[in-house]
Design a protein around this ligand. Structure first.
Ligand code: SF4
Length: 761
């Protein structure tokens, strides 16, 4: 719609996984205004401080506008034609050593293009995404419990729950619009009990009825303690469990499937987790533990659990995810509005692109996995590839890919090139300097980075490619509640910046033109061929023709064919043009309309549950419609404070900045509000060290040290003996100090706990 010369159109916000919709106002080819979208069910017109300023993210003064090639110490402009040739030559050097590292900020069509490029074209699986660092343990938790990924519940649970438990989660800052849905209910007089269980007092804690602090890593003991009380007190939901659940414990050697156990064995394994023992392990009092178990044991309240990085960035991430799902299953707090265990994501399309399209080293589109021959064969059929093109060899997960890139070739470093799109690993990888050598001394390695602004990663790149962002291109994303959203290009990107999907398709075509078999289908046609209205192939690799057709629609309709196998059905593209997103599975109705699903596995809402069943876990790992209730023991973390390094160090985010701050630090209002990182300390620790607010200290771990200003009594307060540092600030790069230990199943690293010391400067 046009008002006062301003053209308005809908788009999801560019930043977090909440998936708020904004109205974007465009005038004279420029985004000039942003408003909350009143019609959007997620945010009902509200935005957070990042959302209100999202338009300004396009207009920082140092946008990348031309390809740049490293020559000595300098990066000099080159043409796209030269850039495409350079990338094609790096592929042809050895396709097996060419890695693509992407992001939960890729749109769905971009992620699908990346998957087809690597898995269908290069015939490898050297593709992983930064979502490995933020939600991989949520994925393994869902798979181990339900046999299929992604939350059963949705944001509507926040409108219906009586109790909201936030596990290591700070939605008041990280998912503020979602949190406001609950606060809004309270301000209207509804009673919602808020419980925050974490290692740091946060903005969320201030709203909570109970704010419980635990010792890092001991969340497993707390969950086992609650389960123990439910079983011993007989307050678990016997009928729900007998009808819908089975029990599981870790196997030896450890596998994601674990081993089956009986209810009696489960009960025995929980016995050591008495309230007193859990108090000793976790610091949460026996009384509070009984309070939690008491709530789970009630049938007259509805309980929603929320979590995000606190549970996922954890060397026992899969285990704690399993345990929290298990509490909901054991107590029957599942499958009714307001009764749900729900993981949140940080990035706008960690779910839609990384989890659903499958831009991970072990995955294929639509919930398929490389390990299954029938899944590989299905993708070969959909992509019209010769038999055997989709490799059976799983690629390297993120940490392994970067380790092999930073290792000399003769010492096993078999990744010679990485192409990074839409992410900033030189700032965000844990123990960064080990995984991304800032001196780039290995001459035979080559780093390509597509981005919109200069970053820690573009600065060390051999080739930098300027990307279009957000409403400078068409896009689709999928948020934390299975909601797929769509928008159209509204303004032109600056200079020669180009869509990320175009960059991949253009390289694919260059390879095709050079005779590379991988970019041909089994009939010899180009892998990304799209026909125009006249029936002739559109030369997509020539950007002048890229928008002659809606490439997103073509890619999405092809991708859509892959989504049924795991009941992640999507509607036709045009349905998303009309809607503010739809939650899958989206199923066609007899009248031709398309109906979304709010509550998966619940008979009253999920079209795939057999008629007459209240609950059906139809992707059960045990093929009997049962979900798995896991026992997983508490174990100490890989690194704990000691006399040399007596503090815990935890990293995280702040409301003003998006991830590594490359976009938000260019928005003056956000940069002024939070100009630099800091170290948050407990006031007792600060007194003991003799430091005051604003003093600079040196924070040191076994991996490095960093000077930071101190903030005491500010936005949050870590418990005594622990520190918190946000990671958005490239100049104060905290990931040089973090630990690169990871969960054994999800391969997700732990950014939330390592040992550190602090020295006054
Ligand atoms: Fe954007 Fe997330 Fe803020 Fe919503 S909560 S406006 S999606 S950053």
């Amino acid at each position: 719609a046009a008002r006062n010369g301003v053209q308005w159109n809908k788009a999801p916000c560019r930043f977090c996984g909440t998936g708020c919709h904004v109205q974007v106002g465009v005038q004279n080819g420029k985004v000039v205004a942003i408003a909350g979208d009143q019609k959007a069910p997620v945010n009902k017109g509200l935005l957070c401080v990042k959302g209100y300023h999202v338009g300004l993210a396009l207009y920082g003064s140092d946008r990348l506008t031309t390809p740049l090639l490293r020559k000595g110490d300098k990066q000099v402009p080159i043409s796209w034609d030269e850039a495409l040739d350079i990338i094609a030559r790096r592929v042809l050097k050895d396709p097996k050593g060419f890695g693509l590292y992407g992001s939960g900020q890729w749109t769905i069509p971009e992620g699908y293009t990346a998957s087809k490029f690597v898995k269908g074209g290069l015939g490898t699986h050297q593709l992983d995404a930064n979502a490995r660092l933020c939600m991989a343990s949520a994925v393994t938790g869902f798979l181990a419990t339900y046999g299929v990924d992604e939350p059963a519940g949705c944001y509507d649970d926040l409108d219906a729950c009586d109790v909201l438990i936030m596990w290591g989660n700070n939605p008041a800052e990280m998912h503020p619009v979602l949190f406001s849905r609950v606060i809004d209910r309270r301000s209207r007089g509804e009673k919602v009990t808020l419980i925050d269980i974490g290692t740091r007092k946060t903005r969320t804690s201030g709203f909570c009825d109970y704010s419980l602090r635990f010792k890092p890593n001991s969340d497993l003991a707390i969950a086992c303690g609650i389960a123990h009380l439910l079983v011993e007190n007989g307050t678990y939901d016997k009928a729900f469990v007998e009808a819908n659940c089975a029990f599981r414990a870790p196997s030896s050697p450890p596998t994601l499937e674990g081993k089956a156990i009986t209810f009696e064995e489960y009960r025995e394994l929980l016995k050591p987790y008495t309230p007193e023992k859990v108090e000793e392990l976790s610091g949460v009092s026996a009384k509070d533990l009984r309070m939690l178990a008491g709530l789970f044991g009630r049938r007259d309240v509805r309980i929603t659990s929320l979590w995000c990085m606190g549970m996922n960035q954890h060397t026992r991430g899969t285990a704690i995810n399993n345990l929290v799902h298990g509490l909901h299953l054991l107590s029957g707090h599942f499958g009714k509005p307001g009764d749900a265990p729900t993981s949140l994501t940080g990035q706008p399309s960690a779910c839609g692109t990384v989890r659903e399209v499958g831009t991970l080293a072990h995955a294929l589109p639509g919930g398929r996995v490389v390990a299954k021959a029938e899944h590989r064969a299905q993708m070969e059929e959909i992509w019209n590839l010769p038999k055997g093109r989709v490799s059976d060899k799983i690629g390297y997960h993120t940490l392994e890919m970067w380790k092999r890139f930073s290792t000399p070739t003769e010492q096993g470093g078999d990744i010679h090139t990485i192409w990074v799109q839409v992410t900033n690993p030189a700032q965000t990888l844990p123990n960064t300097h080990k995984l991304v050598d800032p001196s780039r001394k290995l001459a035979d390695k080559f780093l390509i980075v597509s981005d919109v602004y200069p970053s820690a990663t573009t600065r060390i790149a051999d080739l930098v490619l300027p990307s279009a962002m957000w409403v400078e291109k068409n896009g689709m994303v999928g948020n934390s509640e299975r909601r797929t959203q769509q928008w159209f290009k509204m303004v032109n990107p600056p200079g020669q910046a180009r869509d990320d999907a175009w960059q991949l398709i253009a390289v694919a075509h260059r390879l095709f033109a050079l005779g590379f078999e991988g970019m041909k289908d089994k009939d010899g046609r180009f892998l990304f061929e799209v026909k125009g209205k006249d029936g002739k192939p559109v030369p997509l690799w020539d950007f002048a023709h890229y928008y002659d057709v809606n490439v997103d629609e073509h890619l999405f309709e092809e991708y859509r064919k892959t989504t049924r196998i795991k009941h992640k059905d999507l509607a036709p593209y045009q349905e998303y043009v009309k809607a503010r997103g739809l939650r899958w599975p989206v199923v066609e109705q007899p009248d031709g309309s398309w109906r979304e699903t709010r509550f998966r596995f619940a008979g009253f809402d999920d079209p795939y549950v057999k008629k007459g069943r209240d609950i059906q876990f139809y992707h059960s790992t045990t093929h009997d419609d049962r979900a798995q209730i896991w026992f997983s023991p508490y174990e100490p973390p890989p690194e704990s404070p000691d006399t040399e390094f007596p503090f815990w160090l935890c990293t995280g985010r702040v409301i003003e900045h998006w991830h590594s701050g490359t976009m938000t630090s260019r928005i003056p209002q956000l940069h002024r509000a939070m100009p630099q990182a800091y170290v948050e300390m407990n006031s007792a620790d600060a007194r003991r060290l003799g430091v005051s607010n604003g003093d600079w200290v040196t924070v040191e771990t076994r991996r490095g040290k960093l000077d930071l200003p101190v903030w005491i009594g500010g936005r949050g307060e870590p418990v005594e003996g622990s520190l918190f540092v946000p990671f958005f600030d490239e100049r104060l790069l905290i990931n040089g100090l973090t630990l690169d230990e990871h969960d054994p199943f999800s391969k997700q690293p732990d950014y939330k706990k390592c040992a550190a010391r602090v020295r006054r400067r």
